[in-house]
Every structure is written in structure tokens, then in C-alpha cells.
Write a protein that binds this ligand. Sequence first.
Ligand code: GTP
Ligand code: MG
Length: 211
Amino acid sequence: MTSSKATPTEEIPKYKLIFLGDQSVGKSCILNRFMNDAFNEEYQATIGLDFQSKDVLIEGQKIHLLLYDTAGQEKFRSLIPMYTRDANIILFVYDISCRDSFLHLTDWIKESSNAKVDEIIFALAGNKNDLEDKREISYEEGKKFAEEHNYIFQEISAKTSDGFSELFNKKLFDKIKTKFNPAGKKPKTEIKNDEQIKIEKQKGKKKKKCC
Ligand code: GTP
Ligand code: MG
């Protein structure tokens, strides 16, 4: 009898990416563009949280991205620390045509202060850069904020897909490669299911017996 050599899905490095930012800045549209290369003009507020996942290849190494699209509405704010606690990547989003959404970034940073800062990739996206005539935040202002916080920065448009390739395929995936080294090791904050935890506990017990 031959056994299958296929890589179990649990062995694919998993990274949890959280979208944070004010209501209506375009988080769900960014996710929709990233997942389906599509855009919806109609606003449908996210209730609580939406979750999707996608496998991507970074220089031949498959990784599993877990994408958490949070709700910007104030009434869901208390849920945020629960999602950011074990995040690997946090993408803060503001709307370049809405100064308030930029000013509120400091609140979103506070909301995510329980994240393991040293083990995390932070990025900032100025969305809706197709709305040039309504612009309230200059490119330089966004970039300066990101530099001060040591975040990846990119202006994007979920509507036109401008900047998506630069943000995801280049800046973010490059950073995942250098910071997490998915080809060489698993992320420290790897998400484990109950079965994995049980197996590891059993292994630990066995080790103690023989020493
Ligand atoms: P919450 O779920 O309430 O937190 O909002 P959100 O951040 O998920 O915003 P959403 O993606 O639902 O988008 C809000 C509105 O902005 C929708 O009407 C979108 O069509 C519009 N929108 C999103 N991205 C863009 C963009 O890049 N350009 C333009 N012009 N409109 C956009
Ligand atoms: Mg949404």
C-alpha cells in the first residue's frame, strides 16, 4: 500500500491579516478587489466581521492568508482587540477624501495596542485615490505618517485597482518573505486548531516520560 505524500494543509504557513479603519473607508471593497478583482459602488456596512481566506504564492512558497474584514462602526469597536491579539499583519485604511478617517488612525492604532508589535507587519493604505478632486489628505501627508510609525505605505483605489499590485504583491509579500521567512519556518503566532494543540500536548507528555 502506498501513502499519499501531499503536503497537509496544516503545514502551509498561515498569516492572519486584519483590516482596520473608519466606517466607509473601503475595507470591504479592498478585500473584494483582492479576492475577486471586483468592485461594488453600493455601500453595505460590515456587521461585526467578515472572514475570507486565500492561498498565495510568494516566490514559489505557498502561504495561506486569513483575511479579517472588521466593521468600522463605533458600536463594534469593543470587538477589535479580540481580532488584533494574534494578528500577523494589520492593514490600517483611511479614505484620502476624508480627513476625519485619517485623524482617527491614532484611535485605530490604540485599539490594536495588544498586538505583538515586534512580530507583526503594519501597513497603511490611503484608499479612494481615484477621487483626486475630493482629496483632503496629500500623498506626502499619508507617507509621512507611515514613515513616522515605520509602516508600509501605499495609496490605492479599490475602484480602479490602482496601487494593489504594489501594496500586496510587492510591498506586503516582500515584507512577509523577509520578516516571517515562510519557506524556512512557520510564523510564531501560527494559528492552531484544537486537534493540533492536543497532538502537541501528547508529544510533550511522551518526551517527559523518556527523559
Ligand atoms: P464598514 O464596513 O462600515 O466599516 O465600511 P468599509 O470600510 O468596509 O467600506 P466599504 O468597502 O463598504 O465602502 C464604502 C463605500 O465607499 C462604498 O460605497 C464603496 O463603493 C466606496 N468605495 C470603496 N472603495 C472605493 C474607492 O477606491 N473609490 C471610490 N470612489 N469609492 C470607493
Ligand atoms: Mg465593510
